[in-house]
Design a protein around this ligand. Sequence first.
Ligand SMILES: [Zn+2]
Length: 469
Amino acid sequence: MTKIGLEIHCQLTKLESKLFCSCKADYRGFEPNTNICPVCIGLPGSLPRLNKKAIERATVIAMALNCQTPQKIAFFRKNYFYPDLPKNFQITQLNIYGPTSIGQEGKISVEGKEVRIRRIQIEEDPGRLIYEGSSERTQITLVDYNRAGTPLVEIVTEPDFENPKQVRLFLNILSDLLENLGVSDPSLEGAMRADANVSIEGGSKVEIKNINSFYDLEKALQFELTRQQSLAERKIEIIQETRHWDDRRKITISARSKEGEEDYRYFLEGDIPWVVIDPQIVARLKKDMPESISSKRERYIKDFDIPSQVADVLSSDKFYSDLFEQAHNKTNAKEVANLITTDLMGFVDTKEKRKESKLTAKHLSDLANAIIENKITRNSSKTVLQTIVKTGKSISQIISEFDLGHVSDEKELTRVIEEVIKEESNAVEEAKQKPETINYLVGKVMKKTKGKADATLTLNLLKKKIAEQ
Ligand SMILES: [Zn+2]
């Protein structure tokens, strides 16, 4: 049986400073090696100072993943030499003195399947290695320590996944969850990275590292499963090892035999004492936790009768659900949800477009009300939204500029209908025998009013007029 487990590294991108110093947690956009200090590049004599907010954010993640949180946490040194780790050790967490990592034994549901979370730990991100050319053949490797010390939360799952597709679904759910909690922006490059361990029936566990995107992770898993199955068929032993994903050649390559925990010579980090987690702070964090995606989803369906597929889209994307929460009221909720999930989505489908968009919650609310009050047809809403996103103009301004006003005035409509009846006498006669012909006449009215006629009113008036003929 195929078993896949994940180790997901998630940067706490919403924090101001690094885990043990006051350098910026958001290292992006800096010149190489300018977001550093004696602490994060491990100069002798420098001492770490723990970022309290990082503990709080990690606790929130642990609670959201249904983990148990301990009363005391400890930090450990994981010793290994690697050029991206200036101290020659990484400060991380480990459960050798009992459960002292920030969270353990959690679970999360992925389309009805329960995935167990083994452990959540807080640790520091290493620096970044930049190779000239490919990593195997390069003569030159550059090191940038701007990222060193960035607060990370590592989420370790049990090997509960049976195929790459389940892994992808899980990562999408996790990414939405972290964004909804307001602790991380998973869309930032490198903010969420996953390593995987894979084994098939009778084979050893193989770890895959160096995977840059979720898309590549799925490809890497597919490759690795095929490789292992092919070895097994030829009765060749699958050895326990670490393999790197080569995203250029789309294959995994043997990297080194896997270190055991003893190779890292873990010991308690003497420069950081045990941290007691105040239950009152945990209670406050729990109280202030944002509403979960599943609870939002259920509420949208129950309170506003929003279809479940629409509720899925609305609740899982923080940008949309924040807009919905601010824009809706009891009477227009369904219309606001519709506007977001049918018309708006195409105009704000990237982070850049969302940033540039001039749309506010008030625009959405006004537009939904205008549709409900028959001031504008549902057909015109897309044009209106597109204009708002680009210009930020008000609904009334756009309606008059584009001449989108809705024809729901009975007198005006009757005039147009009488015209159509005159011009289409054959169709009118036919409609008396074959009621479905009336749709053709509705179409003619729509054409004359440039799509602005109220459809229901047009149909009713047409039926009445034809009956009078
Ligand atoms: Zn620093």
